[in-house]
Design a protein around this ligand. Structure first.
Ligand code: TPP
Ligand code: DXP
Ligand code: MG
Length: 601
């Protein structure tokens, strides 16, 4: 009996008889359950693609044939079958396996972006390149979920793929009827028809694709037969595989919310332990309260109702809760349409997913001064979900949007306040952004200056630290360290980071150094805007902006990644001391470098 750890690559799989290959499935499932419940990760999606992954790697010869995964969260089985079973226990941990395909891990991993609905475009491009180069012996296979197929980009690709009968792309639709929740929309309804007997196959065939299916996505023999037939057609083809998300693990099969789409790990996903509520739940509770007094508020999600905290609002106001599928671009412009119709939409997204709807935000929402509120969860460093899941670009992107007001709350109290202030704005878009995890204890202001919260009065004018968003705890720790060495440090939090408050400029003019600290990319972030405002005011005060350096972060814990980005209290205090007095401070040098994390993920 072949051990999973001894599978070095797909060739070992192809050497097995169909019966032997089938015997791997339960063992793979057990390994997934044992491992992912400990490490955390996408348990349900991977339990649903065990047989499909086995069949794919028995029919196609990766890496010669390219197998591309949409989103990539369902590629753990692919990793097991390509020689990484023994490393699965390191999943999503620093230095360990990524939770998504990773080119540096394996030649079998082709694309790494974990944003949904991109795989068909990748496949179209790759197939075009092979066509131009006359390559005819390398299959291009794109695996896409029913949820990802609700993303507009997928249909842009289908429009191209179906138009070229001589350019074979093999699309494997992993239809488990769900994203997190059941997949919504007319397309999902059509798939339900196709899963039934005798349904018309017209949709895909009218788009130039051969349609094979529905195929039992848990029957390796049927899957292999369909995939081999698809490979022999020599034209674009869609193989419709019907699978069950969470299959083989009762808790997942019975999980009506999301079939254990993304589970916390026993050993890595512990809650912060400080007993505070999550940012997500504080937002969700406040929005549900607002819904009572504001009948114009509607909540919009892009297939992530529960993860973005809209559950309570949806329970109370189902008629004012909209799930558009994994369709952020549509969500944003539909929100502008709702605003045009007199509503006040609240679009709840993970910060990183707003990236793809920037044009809709800029020219449909902001240009039309539409009163839409964007609530961006998982802003800043998220950590274990890897490079494309960090919300580290929003405060830079949103700086570019004329008329948009941006809030970065520091704790639960300021989040509630920011949300109420945001939905009270009627002449343009607003955004409120916060990180993953627990809010930590509230950090009260010791005073205010023209709307800016003073978190600590410095007793001197050496340094003005402008704390942005959830970095307040770290900034206060920095002030403590510097004060112990005789520096006068004032810490303020503007709460609304865009536009830059005039009082912030005034304060900056009266200090020897201004430091801004944000859990966002440093390039073009909120700190840059503050520096620009001081410069425009003719201030000679030097400004040092601290943020995430401009590179993609490896997966790891939020605290470690923040420290690695120089955003721990020790790093910041040392950097400021050097700037102020050009000298190292012995004590600061020798203290252990641990991230001071007010809000742990
Ligand atoms: C652009 C974008 N929006 C949202 C997400 C969050 N997300 C990750 S997986 C997922 C559901 C994907 O559903 P499906 O494609 O059917 O795959 P399944 O999990 O069912 O295998 C979502 C919404 C994402 N990765 N990318
Ligand atoms: C793959 C994807 O985009 C989501 O499932 C994400 O991994 C979930 O992240 P959280 O665990 O932060 O909700
Ligand atoms: Mg699905």
């Amino acid at each position: 009996m072949l051990s999973l750890e001894s599978i070095q690559g797909p060739a070992d799989l192809r050497a097995l008889s169909p019966e032997q290959a089938g015997l791997l499935a339960p063992r793979i499932r057990q390994l997934l359950v044992d491992t992912v419940t400990r490490t955390g990760g996408h348990l349900g999606p991977n339990l649903g693609v065990v047989e499909l992954s086995i069949a794919l790697h028995r029919v196609f010869e990766s890496p010669r044939d390219r197998i591309l995964w949409d989103t990539g969260h369902q590629a753990y089985v692919h990793k097991i079958l390509t020689g990484r079973a023994g490393a699965l226990a390191t999943l999503r941990q620093a230095g360990g396996l990524s939770g998504y395909p990773s080119r540096k891990e394996s030649e079998h991993d082709v694309i790494e972006n974990s944003h949904a609905s991109t795989v068909l475009s990748w496949a179209d491009g790759l197939a075009r390149a092979q066509g131009i180069q006359g390559v005819v012996d390398r299959a291009v296979v794109a695996v896409i979920g029913d949820g990802a197929l609700t993303g507009g980009m997928a249909w842009e690709a289908l429009n191209n793929i179906g138009a070229a009968a001589d350019r074979p792309v093999i699309i494997v639709l992993n239809d488990n009827t769900r994203s997190y929740a059941p997949t919504i929309g007319a397309f999902a309804d059509h798939l339900a028809l196709l899963r039934g007997p005798g349904a018309p196959k017209a949709l895909f065939e009218s788009l130039g694709l051969a349609y094979l299916g529905p195929v039992d996505g848990h029957d390796i023999t049927s899957l292999e037969a369909a995939l081999r037939r698809a490979a022999g057609l020599g034209r674009p083809v869609l193989v419709h595989c019907v699978t069950e998300k969470g299959r083989g693990h009762t808790p997942a099969e019975q999980d009506e919310m999301d079939r254990c789409h993304a589970v916390r790990g026993r050993s890595t996903g512990k809650a912060s332990g400080d007993g505070s509520r999550s940012w997500t739940s504080v937002f969700g509770g406040e929005l549900a309260e607002l819904g009572a007094s504001r009948p114009d508020i509607v909540a919009i999600t892009a297939a992530m109702l529960a993860p973005t905290g809209l559950g309570e609002f949806a329970r109370r106001y189902p008629d004012r809760t909209i799930d558009v599928g994994i369709a952020e671009q549509h969500a944003v412009t539909a929100a502008a349409g709702l605003a045009l119709g007199g509503m006040h939409p609240v679009v709840a997204l993970y910060a990183t997913f707003l990236n793809r709807a920037f044009d809709q935000l800029l020219l449909d929402t902001a240009l039309h001064r539409a009163p839409v509120t964007f609530v961006l969860d998982r802003a800043g460093v998220t950590g274990d979900d890897g490079a494309s899941h960090n919300g580290m670009w929003d405060m830079s992107l949103l700086q570019l949007v004329p008329g948009l007001r941006l809030a970065a709350p520091r704790d639960a109290a300021t989040l509630r306040r920011a949300l109420r202030e945001a939905v009270a704005v009627h002449d343009g878009p607003t955004a409120v952004r916060f990180p993953k995890g627990s809010t930590g204890g509230d950090i009260p202001a010791v005073g205010t200056i023209a709307g800016i919260d003073v978190l600590r009065r410095g007793g001197g004018e050496d340094v003005l630290i402008v704390s942005l968003g959830a970095m307040a705890g770290t900034c206060l720790e920095v002030a403590d360290r510097l004060t112990r060495h005789g520096f006068g440090v004032t810490v303020v939090d503007p709460r609304w980071v865009k536009p830059v408050a005039p009082a912030l400029v005034e304060l900056g003019l009266n200090h020897r150094l201004v430091a801004t600290v944000e859990d966002n990319g440093r390039a073009g972030g909120a700190g840059s805007a503050i520096a620009q405002a001081l410069s425009d005011a003719g201030a000679a005060t030097p400004v040092r902006t601290f943020g995430i350096p401009q590179h993609f972060l490896e997966h790891g814990t939020r605290a470690d990644l923040l420290a690695g980005a120089g955003l721990s209290a020790q790093h910041l205090a040392r950097a400021l001391a050097e700037i102020l007095f050009g000298r190292e401070i012995e004590e600061l040098e020798h203290q252990p470098l641990v991230a001071v994390e007010q809000h742990s993920g």
